[in-house]
Write a protein that binds this ligand. Structure first.
Ligand code: SF4
Length: 410
Protein backbone atom coordinates (compact mmCIF):
# COMPACT_ATOMS: atom_id res chain seq x y z
CA UNK A 1 0.00 0.00 0.00
CA UNK A 2 1.04 3.60 -0.60
CA UNK A 3 1.88 5.47 2.62
CA UNK A 4 0.04 8.56 3.87
CA UNK A 5 1.79 11.91 4.37
CA UNK A 6 1.62 13.40 7.88
CA UNK A 7 0.58 16.77 6.44
CA UNK A 8 -2.77 15.25 5.51
CA UNK A 9 -4.18 16.00 9.00
CA UNK A 10 -3.15 19.66 8.79
CA UNK A 11 -4.66 19.81 5.31
CA UNK A 12 -8.00 18.65 6.69
CA UNK A 13 -7.94 21.42 9.33
CA UNK A 14 -7.07 24.07 6.74
CA UNK A 15 -9.82 23.02 4.35
CA UNK A 16 -12.38 22.91 7.19
CA UNK A 17 -11.33 26.41 8.31
CA UNK A 18 -11.79 27.63 4.73
CA UNK A 19 -15.30 26.22 4.54
CA UNK A 20 -16.19 27.77 7.91
CA UNK A 21 -14.95 31.17 6.67
CA UNK A 22 -17.20 30.85 3.65
CA UNK A 23 -20.18 29.83 5.73
CA UNK A 24 -19.64 32.77 8.10
CA UNK A 25 -19.27 35.22 5.19
CA UNK A 26 -22.51 34.01 3.62
CA UNK A 27 -24.34 34.70 6.90
CA UNK A 28 -22.83 38.15 7.40
CA UNK A 29 -24.74 40.93 5.59
CA UNK A 30 -21.54 43.00 5.52
CA UNK A 31 -19.52 40.43 3.58
CA UNK A 32 -19.74 39.15 0.01
CA UNK A 33 -19.36 35.67 -1.49
CA UNK A 34 -18.43 34.97 -5.10
CA UNK A 35 -18.59 31.58 -6.77
CA UNK A 36 -15.77 31.02 -9.23
CA UNK A 37 -14.75 28.32 -11.69
CA UNK A 38 -11.63 26.43 -10.64
CA UNK A 39 -9.29 28.25 -13.02
CA UNK A 40 -11.34 31.45 -13.11
CA UNK A 41 -10.30 34.93 -11.87
CA UNK A 42 -10.08 34.05 -8.17
CA UNK A 43 -7.28 36.57 -7.54
CA UNK A 44 -9.42 39.46 -8.78
CA UNK A 45 -12.36 38.36 -6.63
CA UNK A 46 -10.26 37.90 -3.51
CA UNK A 47 -8.55 41.26 -4.00
CA UNK A 48 -12.00 42.86 -4.07
CA UNK A 49 -12.88 41.38 -0.69
CA UNK A 50 -15.03 38.46 -1.82
CA UNK A 51 -14.84 35.11 -0.08
CA UNK A 52 -14.49 32.68 -2.97
CA UNK A 53 -16.34 29.38 -3.32
CA UNK A 54 -15.52 26.81 -6.00
CA UNK A 55 -18.42 24.54 -7.02
CA UNK A 56 -15.95 22.18 -8.71
CA UNK A 57 -14.32 21.58 -5.34
CA UNK A 58 -17.73 20.84 -3.88
CA UNK A 59 -18.45 18.43 -6.74
CA UNK A 60 -15.08 16.71 -6.27
CA UNK A 61 -15.95 16.25 -2.58
CA UNK A 62 -19.21 14.60 -3.63
CA UNK A 63 -17.19 12.31 -5.87
CA UNK A 64 -14.46 11.51 -3.36
CA UNK A 65 -17.06 10.62 -0.71
CA UNK A 66 -18.78 8.34 -3.28
CA UNK A 67 -22.07 10.23 -2.93
CA UNK A 68 -22.05 11.79 -6.42
CA UNK A 69 -23.63 8.91 -8.33
CA UNK A 70 -26.79 8.88 -6.20
CA UNK A 71 -27.47 12.59 -6.91
CA UNK A 72 -26.95 12.59 -10.69
CA UNK A 73 -30.46 11.24 -11.50
CA UNK A 74 -32.02 14.24 -9.69
CA UNK A 75 -30.31 16.60 -12.13
CA UNK A 76 -31.20 14.33 -15.06
CA UNK A 77 -34.86 14.59 -14.05
CA UNK A 78 -34.48 18.39 -14.03
CA UNK A 79 -33.37 18.31 -17.66
CA UNK A 80 -29.57 17.96 -17.39
CA UNK A 81 -28.42 15.05 -19.55
CA UNK A 82 -26.52 12.09 -18.06
CA UNK A 83 -23.96 12.65 -20.84
CA UNK A 84 -22.84 16.11 -19.68
CA UNK A 85 -20.30 16.94 -16.97
CA UNK A 86 -20.95 14.79 -13.90
CA UNK A 87 -19.54 17.54 -11.67
CA UNK A 88 -22.45 19.65 -12.87
CA UNK A 89 -25.08 16.93 -12.59
CA UNK A 90 -23.95 15.61 -9.21
CA UNK A 91 -23.66 19.13 -7.79
CA UNK A 92 -27.07 20.28 -9.01
CA UNK A 93 -28.52 16.91 -7.99
CA UNK A 94 -27.12 17.34 -4.47
CA UNK A 95 -28.57 20.85 -4.31
CA UNK A 96 -31.99 19.55 -5.37
CA UNK A 97 -31.67 16.82 -2.72
CA UNK A 98 -30.75 19.30 0.01
CA UNK A 99 -27.30 17.77 0.54
CA UNK A 100 -24.08 19.76 1.07
CA UNK A 101 -20.69 17.99 0.94
CA UNK A 102 -19.17 20.63 3.25
CA UNK A 103 -21.16 19.05 6.08
CA UNK A 104 -18.79 16.06 6.06
CA UNK A 105 -15.77 17.96 7.40
CA UNK A 106 -17.97 20.61 9.09
CA UNK A 107 -21.24 19.10 10.38
CA UNK A 108 -22.57 22.54 11.38
CA UNK A 109 -22.59 23.64 7.71
CA UNK A 110 -25.83 22.56 6.11
CA UNK A 111 -25.77 24.34 2.78
CA UNK A 112 -23.35 25.81 0.26
CA UNK A 113 -22.57 29.52 0.89
CA UNK A 114 -25.14 31.78 -0.71
CA UNK A 115 -23.48 33.69 -3.59
CA UNK A 116 -23.70 37.42 -4.25
CA UNK A 117 -22.28 36.85 -7.73
CA UNK A 118 -21.12 33.95 -9.90
CA UNK A 119 -18.08 34.31 -12.17
CA UNK A 120 -17.10 31.72 -14.78
CA UNK A 121 -14.23 31.38 -17.23
CA UNK A 122 -14.72 29.13 -20.26
CA UNK A 123 -11.00 28.36 -20.59
CA UNK A 124 -11.83 24.83 -19.42
CA UNK A 125 -15.24 24.15 -21.03
CA UNK A 126 -18.70 25.54 -21.74
CA UNK A 127 -20.40 23.35 -19.13
CA UNK A 128 -19.42 25.84 -16.45
CA UNK A 129 -21.66 28.49 -18.04
CA UNK A 130 -24.78 26.32 -17.78
CA UNK A 131 -23.78 25.16 -14.31
CA UNK A 132 -23.36 28.69 -12.98
CA UNK A 133 -26.41 29.96 -14.87
CA UNK A 134 -28.51 27.42 -12.98
CA UNK A 135 -27.45 28.87 -9.62
CA UNK A 136 -27.75 32.46 -10.87
CA UNK A 137 -31.43 31.68 -11.47
CA UNK A 138 -31.82 29.81 -8.16
CA UNK A 139 -30.31 32.63 -6.08
CA UNK A 140 -31.40 35.47 -8.38
CA UNK A 141 -27.89 36.97 -8.43
CA UNK A 142 -25.70 38.28 -11.28
CA UNK A 143 -23.79 35.92 -13.56
CA UNK A 144 -20.56 37.31 -15.00
CA UNK A 145 -17.96 35.59 -17.09
CA UNK A 146 -15.12 35.41 -19.54
CA UNK A 147 -15.43 33.69 -22.90
CA UNK A 148 -12.00 32.32 -23.65
CA UNK A 149 -10.51 30.87 -26.83
CA UNK A 150 -9.85 27.12 -26.81
CA UNK A 151 -7.58 25.03 -29.00
CA UNK A 152 -4.78 27.56 -28.50
CA UNK A 153 -1.61 26.78 -30.47
CA UNK A 154 0.38 29.91 -29.59
CA UNK A 155 -0.44 32.29 -26.75
CA UNK A 156 -0.24 35.46 -28.83
CA UNK A 157 -0.41 39.10 -27.77
CA UNK A 158 -3.84 39.41 -29.43
CA UNK A 159 -5.26 36.51 -27.42
CA UNK A 160 -3.83 37.88 -24.16
CA UNK A 161 -5.31 41.32 -24.89
CA UNK A 162 -8.71 39.81 -25.71
CA UNK A 163 -8.91 37.96 -22.37
CA UNK A 164 -7.32 40.81 -20.37
CA UNK A 165 -9.94 43.25 -21.64
CA UNK A 166 -12.70 40.89 -20.50
CA UNK A 167 -11.05 40.66 -17.08
CA UNK A 168 -10.95 44.47 -16.87
CA UNK A 169 -14.62 44.60 -17.85
CA UNK A 170 -15.49 42.54 -14.77
CA UNK A 171 -14.18 45.20 -12.42
CA UNK A 172 -17.02 47.72 -12.65
CA UNK A 173 -19.90 45.27 -12.03
CA UNK A 174 -17.91 43.57 -9.28
CA UNK A 175 -17.24 46.94 -7.60
CA UNK A 176 -20.97 47.59 -7.60
CA UNK A 177 -21.59 44.26 -5.85
CA UNK A 178 -18.63 44.58 -3.46
CA UNK A 179 -19.60 48.16 -2.60
CA UNK A 180 -15.99 49.33 -2.87
CA UNK A 181 -13.51 50.15 -5.64
CA UNK A 182 -10.76 47.76 -6.64
CA UNK A 183 -7.51 48.60 -4.85
CA UNK A 184 -4.67 48.07 -7.37
CA UNK A 185 -2.18 47.45 -4.57
CA UNK A 186 -4.40 44.76 -3.11
CA UNK A 187 -4.72 43.13 -6.55
CA UNK A 188 -0.93 43.12 -6.92
CA UNK A 189 -0.47 41.63 -3.45
CA UNK A 190 -3.08 38.94 -4.12
CA UNK A 191 -1.47 37.98 -7.41
CA UNK A 192 1.94 37.86 -5.70
CA UNK A 193 0.49 35.53 -3.04
CA UNK A 194 -1.10 33.35 -5.72
CA UNK A 195 2.16 33.18 -7.67
CA UNK A 196 4.02 32.15 -4.52
CA UNK A 197 1.51 29.34 -3.93
CA UNK A 198 1.87 28.29 -7.56
CA UNK A 199 5.67 28.20 -7.30
CA UNK A 200 5.52 26.12 -4.12
CA UNK A 201 2.94 23.75 -5.59
CA UNK A 202 5.20 23.32 -8.63
CA UNK A 203 8.07 22.41 -6.27
CA UNK A 204 5.85 19.96 -4.39
CA UNK A 205 4.92 18.21 -7.64
CA UNK A 206 8.54 18.36 -8.77
CA UNK A 207 9.69 16.21 -5.84
CA UNK A 208 8.12 13.28 -7.71
CA UNK A 209 10.97 13.45 -10.22
CA UNK A 210 13.15 11.82 -7.53
CA UNK A 211 13.64 8.04 -7.56
CA UNK A 212 11.85 6.66 -5.69
CA UNK A 213 9.17 9.30 -5.72
CA UNK A 214 7.94 10.64 -2.36
CA UNK A 215 4.60 11.66 -3.91
CA UNK A 216 2.01 10.13 -6.25
CA UNK A 217 -0.73 11.59 -8.41
CA UNK A 218 -3.22 10.26 -5.86
CA UNK A 219 -1.48 12.19 -3.05
CA UNK A 220 -1.49 15.24 -5.33
CA UNK A 221 -5.26 15.04 -5.80
CA UNK A 222 -5.68 15.39 -2.03
CA UNK A 223 -2.97 17.96 -1.35
CA UNK A 224 -3.93 20.24 -4.26
CA UNK A 225 -6.90 21.52 -2.23
CA UNK A 226 -5.28 24.79 -1.04
CA UNK A 227 -3.83 25.47 -4.52
CA UNK A 228 -7.40 25.39 -5.83
CA UNK A 229 -9.51 27.01 -3.12
CA UNK A 230 -6.98 29.36 -1.48
CA UNK A 231 -5.36 31.00 -4.50
CA UNK A 232 -4.22 34.44 -3.37
CA UNK A 233 -4.50 33.56 0.34
CA UNK A 234 -1.14 33.33 2.19
CA UNK A 235 -2.38 30.29 4.15
CA UNK A 236 -1.92 28.19 0.99
CA UNK A 237 1.78 29.05 0.70
CA UNK A 238 2.32 28.40 4.41
CA UNK A 239 0.80 24.94 3.97
CA UNK A 240 2.92 24.08 0.93
CA UNK A 241 6.12 25.19 2.68
CA UNK A 242 5.44 22.63 5.39
CA UNK A 243 4.40 19.92 2.89
CA UNK A 244 7.54 20.57 0.85
CA UNK A 245 9.67 20.21 3.94
CA UNK A 246 7.99 16.88 4.79
CA UNK A 247 8.57 15.62 1.26
CA UNK A 248 12.20 16.72 1.34
CA UNK A 249 12.66 14.82 4.61
CA UNK A 250 11.13 11.71 2.97
CA UNK A 251 13.57 12.08 0.06
CA UNK A 252 16.55 12.61 2.41
CA UNK A 253 15.67 9.42 4.26
CA UNK A 254 15.32 7.47 1.00
CA UNK A 255 11.58 7.01 1.59
CA UNK A 256 9.08 6.28 -1.15
CA UNK A 257 5.40 6.89 -1.75
CA UNK A 258 5.30 3.38 -3.18
CA UNK A 259 7.71 1.08 -1.35
CA UNK A 260 9.68 -1.02 -3.84
CA UNK A 261 8.84 1.34 -6.72
CA UNK A 262 9.63 -0.51 -9.96
CA UNK A 263 7.40 1.25 -12.51
CA UNK A 264 6.78 4.99 -12.96
CA UNK A 265 3.64 6.21 -14.73
CA UNK A 266 1.95 9.44 -15.82
CA UNK A 267 -1.81 10.05 -15.32
CA UNK A 268 -3.50 12.01 -18.09
CA UNK A 269 -7.04 13.32 -17.54
CA UNK A 270 -9.44 13.74 -14.65
CA UNK A 271 -9.18 11.75 -11.41
CA UNK A 272 -11.78 9.06 -10.75
CA UNK A 273 -12.69 10.63 -7.42
CA UNK A 274 -14.69 7.74 -5.99
CA UNK A 275 -11.83 5.30 -6.67
CA UNK A 276 -8.86 7.44 -5.68
CA UNK A 277 -7.94 5.29 -2.69
CA UNK A 278 -8.62 1.98 -4.48
CA UNK A 279 -6.53 2.93 -7.49
CA UNK A 280 -3.76 4.30 -5.31
CA UNK A 281 -3.58 0.96 -3.51
CA UNK A 282 -3.90 -1.08 -6.71
CA UNK A 283 -0.99 0.63 -8.45
CA UNK A 284 1.09 0.58 -5.26
CA UNK A 285 0.50 -3.15 -4.75
CA UNK A 286 1.97 -3.69 -8.21
CA UNK A 287 5.01 -1.54 -7.42
CA UNK A 288 3.79 1.17 -9.77
CA UNK A 289 4.11 4.81 -8.76
CA UNK A 290 1.94 7.25 -10.72
CA UNK A 291 4.38 10.11 -10.32
CA UNK A 292 2.93 12.96 -12.36
CA UNK A 293 -0.22 14.24 -14.04
CA UNK A 294 -1.58 17.03 -16.14
CA UNK A 295 -4.47 17.39 -13.70
CA UNK A 296 -2.46 18.37 -10.62
CA UNK A 297 -0.23 20.62 -12.73
CA UNK A 298 -3.27 22.62 -13.85
CA UNK A 299 -2.89 24.84 -10.80
CA UNK A 300 0.64 25.93 -11.67
CA UNK A 301 0.41 29.47 -13.07
CA UNK A 302 3.92 30.51 -14.07
CA UNK A 303 2.71 33.60 -15.90
CA UNK A 304 1.21 35.40 -12.87
CA UNK A 305 2.97 38.73 -12.37
CA UNK A 306 1.87 41.38 -9.84
CA UNK A 307 3.34 44.10 -12.06
CA UNK A 308 1.06 43.18 -14.98
CA UNK A 309 -2.05 41.93 -13.19
CA UNK A 310 -4.64 41.69 -15.96
CA UNK A 311 -2.27 40.63 -18.73
CA UNK A 312 -0.61 38.01 -16.56
CA UNK A 313 -3.93 36.57 -15.34
CA UNK A 314 -5.01 36.39 -18.99
CA UNK A 315 -1.76 34.72 -20.06
CA UNK A 316 -1.93 32.21 -17.18
CA UNK A 317 -5.45 31.22 -18.20
CA UNK A 318 -4.47 30.82 -21.87
CA UNK A 319 -1.38 28.74 -21.09
CA UNK A 320 -3.46 26.09 -19.34
CA UNK A 321 -3.00 22.58 -20.76
CA UNK A 322 -6.75 22.12 -21.24
CA UNK A 323 -7.01 25.11 -23.58
CA UNK A 324 -4.24 23.99 -25.97
CA UNK A 325 -4.18 22.15 -29.30
CA UNK A 326 -3.28 18.46 -29.46
CA UNK A 327 0.22 19.11 -30.87
CA UNK A 328 0.99 21.46 -27.97
CA UNK A 329 -0.41 18.95 -25.46
CA UNK A 330 1.69 16.17 -26.99
CA UNK A 331 4.87 18.24 -26.71
CA UNK A 332 4.07 19.02 -23.06
CA UNK A 333 3.38 15.35 -22.28
CA UNK A 334 6.58 14.20 -24.00
CA UNK A 335 8.60 16.73 -22.00
CA UNK A 336 6.92 15.68 -18.74
CA UNK A 337 7.56 12.01 -19.50
CA UNK A 338 11.25 12.79 -19.88
CA UNK A 339 11.39 14.99 -16.77
CA UNK A 340 9.72 12.42 -14.51
CA UNK A 341 11.36 9.36 -16.07
CA UNK A 342 8.12 7.52 -16.72
CA UNK A 343 7.65 4.20 -18.51
CA UNK A 344 4.04 4.58 -19.61
CA UNK A 345 0.95 6.81 -19.72
CA UNK A 346 -2.44 6.12 -18.17
CA UNK A 347 -5.15 8.02 -20.07
CA UNK A 348 -8.42 8.35 -18.20
CA UNK A 349 -11.21 8.49 -20.76
CA UNK A 350 -13.81 10.31 -18.69
CA UNK A 351 -17.22 9.66 -20.17
CA UNK A 352 -18.81 12.97 -19.17
CA UNK A 353 -15.77 15.23 -19.62
CA UNK A 354 -14.61 15.27 -23.25
CA UNK A 355 -12.94 18.59 -22.43
CA UNK A 356 -10.33 17.01 -20.21
CA UNK A 357 -10.08 13.68 -22.03
CA UNK A 358 -7.34 13.33 -24.62
CA UNK A 359 -7.54 9.69 -25.67
CA UNK A 360 -10.41 9.94 -28.15
CA UNK A 361 -8.61 11.27 -31.22
CA UNK A 362 -5.47 9.14 -31.42
CA UNK A 363 -3.21 10.97 -28.97
CA UNK A 364 -2.01 7.84 -27.10
CA UNK A 365 -0.77 6.32 -30.39
CA UNK A 366 0.92 9.52 -31.55
CA UNK A 367 2.57 9.91 -28.18
CA UNK A 368 3.86 6.34 -28.28
CA UNK A 369 5.27 6.96 -31.77
CA UNK A 370 6.99 10.13 -30.51
CA UNK A 371 8.30 8.84 -27.17
CA UNK A 372 8.32 5.05 -27.42
CA UNK A 373 6.14 4.93 -24.28
CA UNK A 374 2.97 2.81 -24.30
CA UNK A 375 -0.37 3.99 -22.96
CA UNK A 376 -3.22 2.39 -21.09
CA UNK A 377 -6.66 3.89 -21.69
CA UNK A 378 -8.97 3.46 -18.69
CA UNK A 379 -12.66 4.02 -19.32
CA UNK A 380 -14.38 5.73 -16.43
CA UNK A 381 -15.61 9.03 -15.17
CA UNK A 382 -14.74 11.72 -12.66
CA UNK A 383 -17.93 11.39 -10.61
CA UNK A 384 -20.34 8.95 -12.26
CA UNK A 385 -19.17 5.57 -11.01
CA UNK A 386 -21.70 3.80 -13.23
CA UNK A 387 -19.21 4.48 -16.03
CA UNK A 388 -16.37 2.64 -14.28
CA UNK A 389 -15.85 -1.11 -13.95
CA UNK A 390 -13.55 -2.11 -11.10
CA UNK A 391 -12.93 -5.57 -12.57
CA UNK A 392 -12.13 -4.30 -16.06
CA UNK A 393 -9.81 -1.64 -14.67
CA UNK A 394 -8.05 -4.11 -12.37
CA UNK A 395 -7.33 -6.55 -15.19
CA UNK A 396 -6.21 -3.76 -17.55
CA UNK A 397 -3.86 -2.24 -14.95
CA UNK A 398 -2.33 -5.60 -14.07
CA UNK A 399 -1.75 -6.46 -17.73
CA UNK A 400 -0.24 -3.03 -18.42
CA UNK A 401 2.19 -3.21 -15.50
CA UNK A 402 3.15 -6.75 -16.44
CA UNK A 403 3.86 -5.55 -19.97
CA UNK A 404 6.07 -2.73 -18.67
CA UNK A 405 7.85 -4.74 -16.03
CA UNK A 406 7.28 -8.49 -15.86
CA UNK A 407 6.82 -9.55 -12.23
CA UNK A 408 9.89 -11.78 -12.31
CA UNK A 409 12.13 -8.98 -13.55
CA UNK A 410 12.62 -7.09 -10.27
S1 SF4 B 1 -13.61 20.53 -17.51
FE1 SF4 B 1 -14.81 18.65 -17.47
S2 SF4 B 1 -15.07 18.16 -15.30
FE2 SF4 B 1 -14.43 20.32 -15.43
S3 SF4 B 1 -16.35 21.48 -15.39
FE3 SF4 B 1 -15.78 21.16 -17.56
S4 SF4 B 1 -16.83 19.28 -18.23
FE4 SF4 B 1 -16.86 19.37 -15.97
Amino acid sequence: MARVLQSTAELGDLMAATFRDLDAAARDPGRRVAWCTSVGPAELLRAMGFEVFFPENHAAMLGASRRATEFIPRANAAGYSPDICSYLTSDIGAWLSGYCALSRPCPEITTVPRPDVLVYHTNQCRDVVDWFAYYARMFDVPLLGIASPRGVERVTRDLVDAVASQLRALVQPLEAIAGAPLDPDMLGATIAASRETSDLWRQVLGTAARRPSPLTFFDGCIHMGPAVVLRGDPRASAYYRRLLSELQAVVDQGGAAVPGERVRLYWEGMPIWGRLRDLSGRFADLGASVVASTYCSSWVFDALDPDAPFESMARASLELFITRTDPVKERILAAEAHRFGIQGFVFHEARTCPNNTNSRYGMPGRLEAATGLPALVLAGDLNDLRMFSDDTARLAIEAFIEQLHPAGAR
